[in-house]
Design a protein around this ligand. Structure first.
Ligand SMILES: N[C@@H](CCC(=O)N[C@@H](CS)C(=O)NCC(=O)O)C(=O)O
Length: 225
């Protein structure tokens, strides 16, 4: 059976878990990283010599790098659906995946750490506003693209929506005033109708270290989510 190694609150693991669930794949989640450890073991080094999460094993085949894993799963199990068969449509999916992981992810994850992962009395409001502006500027590119299509590749949901969906969930859940992005918001609502997105992306991340630890403990006691 497919194994996904990682922890389900980790920004790079969530796209992989969401993808597997969109594809309806059976898998086991091997809790690793953060308080779950295991990354320093010899076993894990065979799977990912970078000792980072996520990684997968699909039979004898091991793979790391979250977006390579998303592409592999979609190519192998969702060819013609989540992985578009038309070369140019596929290239557009790739384009948005790469863009999401670089230009959109960076300001949003920094904003997330400056808010959700920083205690209220230690938050730097000028820094938060600057990061919010950077995130908004980046997402304005998606705003233009989504003006005349429901998903990033056109009429159908594809792997091109996956990394951006994870980024936008974080952006829309941090407690900051956001200038409007109506097309991104409408696209996000389409994602929010998807059960796999609700179950694996729309997670409550915890707003203080105690809550964060409790969430990880809850994962461990659930074993496989
Ligand atoms: N580019 C890599 C980045 C992997 C990465 O930074 N993973 C982090 C978690 S998001 C990690 O392994 N951190 C150590 C840990 O969680 O213990 C990918 O997308 O897979």
């Amino acid at each position: 059976m497919l194994e996904i190694w990682g922890r389900p609150y980790s920004s790079n693991v969530i796209p992989v878990i969401w993808t597997a669930n969109e594809l309806g794949l059976a898998y086991t989640l091997q809790l690793a990283g953060g308080s779950f450890g295991k990354l320093d073991t010899d076993t894990y080094a065979q799977i990912n010599p970078n000792r980072m999460i996520p990684a997968i094993r699909d039979g004898d085949f091991a793979l790391w790098e979250s977006l390579a894993i998303v592409r592999y799963l979609c190519d192998r199990y969702g060819s013609g659906t989540l992985s578009p068969s038309d070369v140019q449509t596929r290239a557009v999916a790739d384009q948005w995946m790469e863009w999401s992981a670089s230009l959109a992810f960076t300001p949003v994850i920094q904003l997330f750490f400056a808010t959700v992962r920083t205690q209220p009395n230690q938050r730097d409001s000028a820094k938060i506003t600057a990061l919010r502006d950077q995130a908004h500027k980046a997402l304005s590119v998606a705003e233009g693209h989504l003006a005349d299509r429901p998903y990033v590749c056109g009429d159908a949901f594809t792997m091109g929506d996956i990394p951006l969906g994870c980024v936008v969930y974080r952006y829309f859940t941090v407690e900051v005033d956001r200038p409007p992005l109506p097309n991104v918001e409408a696209w996000y609502q389409r994602l929010a109708d998807r059960p796999a997105f609700q179950d694996h992306v729309m997670r409550h991340f915890g707003t203080n270290p105690d809550e964060w630890a409790a969430l990880e403990e809850a994962c461990a006691s659930e074993g496989v989510l």
